[in-house]
Design a protein around this ligand. Structure first.
Ligand SMILES: Nc1ncnc2c1ncn2[C@@H]1O[C@H](COP(=O)(O)OP(=O)(O)O)[C@@H](O)[C@H]1O
Ligand SMILES: [Mg+2]
Length: 343
């Protein structure tokens, strides 16, 4: 098949962007060259690949090239619907593609809308308030401190720093101000769940949804005095290829009952949000051991090298699936969903 690969290549912030006071983690979600190349190599084992950078020329290129299917990892440029832009173009052009549709991608990036939908379906998610003004802390007064404060629509730990855990109204208001200033969006204040944290990778559609071995985050591996959260520092600064943070345990060491509950909560959330083909779901236990959904990642990070500590490939390896097999499996699952026969 002729397979398009849509991506956003990570870049350094320009001097202009730095002087515009844009957040330092502006391009954290975008993929590095090594990842794009690794996906391309995996797909090239069986297909002809057309790499397409998800920029302002993407629509024209897709229209001209008309691939049989697109493997989409494009995180998008701007706005809460940014992850939906390429899938929307692909739908417009009747080109099949891997992963979730524009609606699911937008809803999952909007953490608040996503939580509202999960709550409607009685799926536990931390209690929260949306703060649209730094002085509007009154609306958070029914929440129990400490609170975890984050931007409403970011990913890759953007805007979630070690100091995002706040203990009183004054700290809350300071953090909310920072989020307005750096990210130009409302702040989501959530009750902090102190229990164990897991992330769950899922593959497939309909009755064939498959849960890969569960990963646990071991916060004891963080530097002393660090808050027990997977912050920007934990993801991008303390964890390096030369000195990987041994923060992930896979398969997680949990009893069968807890594992069943975590997996079934993940599958329910996957179905409710109408995810397609694949997704990674972050889950944390409350003090009673009940799994709560923190967020869904329908465009999961897939860094290729084991030292990169990327969760989806790690869970796949624990299920005896190497990187290339994982990429080809996602493509196969999408082809099956569209009824496309391929060799
Ligand atoms: N309500 C919460 N309670 C406890 N920890 C949280 C909560 N919300 C976020 N965290 C911590 O912050 C990390 C990042 O939050 P998350 O919502 O997954 O954002 P991102 O999209 O950046 O991954 C989580 O992995 C978890 O460690
Ligand atoms: Mg997360």
């Amino acid at each position: 098949m002729r397979v398009g690969l849509t991506y956003n290549l990570k870049k350094e912030m320009s001097q202009g962007e730095k002087s515009e006071h844009l957040p330092p983690d502006l391009y954290a979600e975008w993929d590095d060259f090594e990842t794009i190349e690794a996906i391309q190599n995996a797909l090239a084992q069986a297909h002809d690949i057309i790499p397409i950078e998800a920029n302002e020329h993407a629509f024209k290129t897709l229209q001209e090239e008309k691939p049989d299917i697109v493997f989409n990892i494009a995180e998008g440029m701007k706005g809460v619907s940014r992850e939906a832009h390429i899938p929307a173009m692909l739908e417009f052009l009747h080109i099949p593609y891997t992963g979730s549709d524009p609606l699911t991608l937008s809803l999952c990036l909007d953490k608040v809308r996503c939580k509202e939908i999960l709550a409607y379906h009685h799926i536990p998610t931390p209690r929260f308030k949306v703060l649209t003004s730094a002085n509007g802390n009154g609306s958070a007064k029914y929440l129990r401190y400490p609170l975890l404060v984050k931007p409403c629509h970011e990913g890759s730990s953007k805007g979630i720093y070690n100091n995002s855990l706040v203990y009183d109204a004054k700290e809350l208001s300071g953090k909310v101000k920072t989020i307005f200033k750096d990210y130009h969006q409302p702040a989501l204040a959530e009750e902090f769940l102190e229990g164990r944290e897991f992330t769950v990778a899922l593959l497939g559609n309909g009755k064939e949804v498959r849960v890969l071995p569960v990963i646990e985050l071991d916060f004891d591996q963080l530097p002393p005095n660090a808050n027990r959260i997977y912050s920007y520092e934990a993801k991008w600064i303390w964890d390096t290829v030369d000195s990987p943070l041994k923060i992930f345990t896979c398969p997680a060491e949990i009893d069968e009952e807890a594992e069943t509950l975590i997996k079934s909560t993940a599958v329910k959330a996957y179905r409710i949000m109408r995810c397609r083909d694949w997704c990674r779901i972050d889950i944390r236990l409350d003090s009673f051991g009940i799994p709560h959904i923190l967020e869904l990642n329908p465009l999961p990070g897939i860094l290729p090298r084991p030292e990169n500590n990327s969760c989806f490939p790690k869970a796949a390896r624990a299920a005896d699936m190497d990187y290339n097999q994982l990429i080809l499996e996602v493509l196969h699952i999408a082809c099956k969903r569209y009824g496309i026969l391929h060799g």
